[in-house]
Design a protein. Structure first.
Length: 129
């Protein structure tokens, strides 16, 4: 089984780094989608089957918190696992996002191994290599 993963971050560089990490990870990927904010992400989620969302918190137009809140209101979207990847790492914010159902919280900068292991854990994939 291969996965569709959505990367949501206003930084094109961060999206490229996460994308490259996922492509090199050995995780079977069908398609990587990218969005520069929560509003674009919700449109992608509405039009495509997505297995996992990796999202920043601080973005223009619609931030990650609001995106997660909107996803929680939708019967199907609320079942999609979300991982927050952000520079913001206060314990209060982490607890707030976990209470909203976020599966994991990664602080930037991150290592490729951390992203790979997290995605494998959440999607239930274990690959050698």
């Amino acid at each position: 089984m291969s996965y569709n993963i959505l990367i949501v971050d206003d930084s094109r560089t961060t999206r490229m780094v996460i994308s490259k990490t996922l492509n090199l990870s050995g995780i079977p990927i069908n398609q990587l989608y990218e969005a520069e904010n929560g509003r674009v992400a919700l449109k992608i989620l509405d039009e495509n089957w997505i297995d996992l969302v990796l999202a920043d918190i601080n973005m223009p137009e619609m931030d990650g918190v609001e995106m997660v809140d909107q996803m929680a209101k939708d019967g199907l979207l609320k079942t999609i696992p979300v991982v927050i990847v952000s520079t913001e790492g206060s314990q209060t914010r982490i607890e707030e996002m976990r209470a909203k159902g976020v599966k994991a919280y990664v602080r930037k900068p991150f290592t490729p191994e951390l992203i790979k292991n997290l995605v494998e854990d959440i999607l239930g994939e274990k690959h050698v290599g």
